[in-house]
Design a protein around this ligand. Sequence first.
Ligand SMILES: Cc1cc2nc3c(=O)[nH]c(=O)nc-3n(C[C@H](O)[C@H](O)[C@H](O)COP(=O)(O)OP(=O)(O)OC[C@H]3O[C@@H](n4cnc5c(N)ncnc54)[C@H](O)[C@@H]3O)c2cc1C
Length: 379
Amino acid sequence: MVIGDEPHRPYDRPPLSKEFLTGPYDEDRLLLRPTADPANLDFTLKLGRKAIELDVEQGRVMLDDGEVITYEGLVIATGAQPRRLPASAGAEGASGLHVLRSLDDARSLREDLHPGKRVLVVGAGFIGAEVAASARQMGCEVTLIDLASAPLDRVLDSASGMAIADLHRSNGVDVRLEVALDHVEVDEGGRVKRSVLSSGDVVAIDTVVVGIGVVPNTGWLSGSGLTVDDGVVADETCLAAPRVVVAGDVAKWPNRSFGGRMMRVEQWDNAIDQGGYAGRRIVAAIKGDALATPVEPYAPIPWFWSDQYDRKIQLAGMPTERAELMQGAVADRQFVKAFLDEDDVVQGVLCWNRPRQAVLGRQLVAAGESVAAARERLG
Ligand SMILES: Cc1cc2nc3c(=O)[nH]c(=O)nc-3n(C[C@H](O)[C@H](O)[C@H](O)COP(=O)(O)OP(=O)(O)OC[C@H]3O[C@@H](n4cnc5c(N)ncnc54)[C@H](O)[C@@H]3O)c2cc1C
């Protein structure tokens, strides 16, 4: 049985900030199994139903309509939700104020992206940067702000982050860094009309998109006995409790490929991989000792991509403080960079419009190769 609180059939989120916002994808193209008849699936799909409580001892999940479901094995994959602006920003409930996580969010934002509309994007992480690019493609006037000194500062080195800023500026976005949103003013109709920044600058707006990160959906697990600490904490096989496994954006586990570092990965590729692993892991947990094969730890090399304008940005592995250019030039926005640890072992590879090298880069990280091997294979 699969339970989800959204009313829609399972769909893919990455196009929501890209092809769905700019037009080429309609809703049918988002569906994960477009041709599958929900009536003929070999599992029960309960949509529009929220899990509100978990009793690990009894093996029970309570739903918001009062139904109690008993399970032999449970996979928690409740994802994450967008972080909201603080109440002091004064925009709560205003029309023209958006976040972007779900199909409903994307439908509503798409309505507001028309040529000439003034859009303020708060947060230059991946979602903010992609929305800014899509809004520009839709002919909007876009201002993109971030508190950090470079876009994507959580995941990229500052030179690559500044290349993102340049990419947006050259496409007509007004990028302002080291500045926060102080508050938003609304008109008599309750629609956003002006934003005041921490610098004191005032920006006239028709729409605000808030992309300031996500928080894992763990609220329903309070009192369950599971360890929750920015995600549901699990062991290296994704087991959070006997017969309870976690996967996707909500999962936090020690990744053996990175020395057992605790990770929570907010990326599509990991959600797919860890979902598959979680399915196998829960079967093993249910079968217990009867299972002949030992359970291998879940130790992936994370990988993600982001599409902005005509650039495909891909990162395999993890960024570090030490980056070395392997190919191309950052200024040309077509390059390959390796991230190294203190022993010159490759921890991550960043590629701009170099998809083949991204695949190679992932292999290099997985094999624990040195910078010399990276130069040879990526250079
Ligand atoms: C706009 C957008 C663009 C993205 N683009 C990229 C990209 O280009 N590249 C990339 O690598 N990644 C991208 N991602 C990230 C990627 O989509 C996520 O990592 C992935 O969706 C995580 O999958 P998940 O199943 O863990 O969580 P989710 O996709 O969030 O699914 C969790 C589901 O559980 C539901 N739920 C939550 N709580 C409950 C509850 N108590 N009861 C019942 N149901 C509940 C949620 O409503 C949701 O439907 C993007 C994400 C977004 C939002």
